[in-house]
Design a protein around this ligand. Sequence first.
Ligand SMILES: [Ca+2]
Ligand SMILES: [Ca+2]
Length: 288
Amino acid sequence: MRQILFIISLLISNVMLSQTLERTVIGTSGTTLSNANASLDFTVGELVVATSSNGNNTLTQGFQQEVIVLKIKLAPIVFLQGPLTTSGSTIMDDSLRANSLLPTTSPYSDGLTCDSSVFNITGSNAIIDWVWVTIRDKNDKSLVLGSQSALLQADGDIVDIDGTSVLSFALSSDSYYIAVNHRNHLGIISASAATLNTGSSKTVNLSNSTSSVFGGTNSLVDMGNGIFAMISGDFDENGQIQNTDTNAVIQLLGISGYSKADLDMNGQVQNADINNVLNTNIGKGQQY
Ligand SMILES: [Ca+2]
Ligand SMILES: [Ca+2]
């Protein structure tokens, strides 16, 4: 009986071992020091260690390793109808930035902040506003796996809060849907799941064709210059452009600043926001 119990206990410990992968360190000496607040592990290992990187992959040498989290990288491209209407070109108007109206704190739920110097960049890489980016499951586009506030450049590039870097999310290489939302434009989502990986960054252009997004012509407005832009006019961010949006914007006519009622994003809430933008989109709605 004792032998049988011993064999069973061996089997159980084997099963447990097979389900656990521990990070182990081999060192000539070391210990763990701890008090009520913190714990410190150290080992005495190789005297010479180095970190090598080729830009895509990193190799660290030595016994006790830092935890490395690989992230998928992507460079989405979108255009907004409002500032394209204001500029009348293929580069979005950056009046909000130029007039020091852009906030350094994101208007979206994560409240990310950027350094004010990010708004010193002018030209095609000038920041025109904050956007909200979500990464979604390839089998269920309603399932959000990653999200963050990001910055939109005048030429359509969505970048990280330093104003230049591509976006990264702590997810493994796989296919994902990519959605972009804006505080007074209708959100869009990629027509299909794009392959994103932790090596090189993937450019995902959501504004070069109506077929680039789910919902096609219902999701983007043709600007007539090869650009298909996100639709402006959703003042109350309910995913629909309705008379309720018009009525709310009318109440704010005449003000200036960083306002959701400023649908062409020129820094002023004027009749042009209603006549040239909002009224052309009444009845449209977000497609996902
Ligand atoms: Ca609305
Ligand atoms: Ca305006």
